[in-house]
Design a protein. Sequence first.
Length: 398
Amino acid sequence: MKRGNVLVIGNTGVGKSTLINAVLGENRARTGWGPKGTTNRLAIYESEDLPFRIIDTIGFDTSHRKERRAITAVKSWSKERAKNNDADNDINVIWFCVDGTSRKYLAKSIDTMIKATSMWKTVPIIAVITKSYSVPERMENAEMVYTAFEKRKRGKNVKRVIPVVAKEYQLDETTFAAPEGITELIEATNRVMPEGLKAGQDDVARFKLNRKRAMAHGLVGTSTTTAAVVGAIPIPLADAAILTPVEIAEINAIARIYGIRKSDRSANFMNTIIEVGTISTVAKAAISTIKAIPGVNIAASVLNAVIAGSIVAALGEGAIYAFEQVYLGKKSLDDTDWVRKMMEGRFSSDFIDRVNLVVKSLPKNASKTEIARSIVRLFGNTMKSTKKVEDAAEEKAE
Ligand SMILES: Nc1nc2c(ncn2[C@@H]2O[C@H](COP(=O)(O)OP(=O)(O)OP(=O)(O)O)[C@@H](O)[C@H]2O)c(=O)[nH]1
Ligand SMILES: [Mg+2]
């Protein structure tokens, strides 16, 4: 397959490399924090499944020297490539990255980017607002970016403005901003690619589904850690309701990843899932069974953390399955009986066996991260086999 090239530019620290990793679905571009900037040369990334190549650049800096260095690097690279006269080396799309958390630099950074990319006058631009953690600010920021471009000649090249969260962002112990906008960015980029470099709808759909799955699993990992922290406090866990806020955040975030928006129908569907993990008799029965297992040689707080984490992991993995069925059009949001039964099935004897394995794998005073890692490892396995079964089913359906 012929692939197009996407050039990623923006100030240092806006999150270009983090964004690239999110799009690739792998941690390949080095990211970091600090005044010096992390990416210090151009790097080109491609992945088997991604329909385009991504070029990571040196971030622009507010200091004049560094700015020039970044611009010079991009220009000399592209001149070098242009010499080859190979269409494969053309820049086909540019991602202008601006930081959603520092509006102050927005207009100036857009000017810098326009200057730096003056040799690609006709190349379509997608403005990416990184670190869009704040939901209310997303619209405002997008408008600011549109306005900033309106005043400039190259503004007409801007095809889309997309707010993203490349990696979940922890707001406090129990809340976080979930990944956002990544699959939209992939789709929009493919859409503005020149004919001949566009991937087919099926390829894009498959890639999007893979990305959604990976992001959702990452999110279950974070939620599991949160639950282990919350669950370690000495409250009798027969009252699994203390997990409710964590579970609500988890289920909402997974729903968003699968493009399921808030409505009465989706609320019913989601509440059913949360109920199974909090107040249902199956969850309570599972907890008492685990607590009654003789000879458990770990601290009570560790056991509580394991139970809490496991519930949230099982719930999250179940929710991924449920939302994916809806996303693929195989189930509807009205199938609440189906989702209840499916979720209850996840708290059966298999659940207890897994929790047991987690308990056995842990040292007496395991840390919360050890606990969470062990849970994710053991619960993640179910998902892998589920995935295979599903794939087979999908193939048959086609
Ligand atoms: N949680 C979270 N952190 C982010 C996100 N985007 C960027 N960051 C953080 O911001 C810092 C800078 O990100 P990088 O991706 O290294 O930024 P860059 O634009 O590549 O920076 P240079 O290579 O210096 O130009 C890192 O600590 C990232 O973890 C995001 O969506 N979520
Ligand atoms: Mg970088």
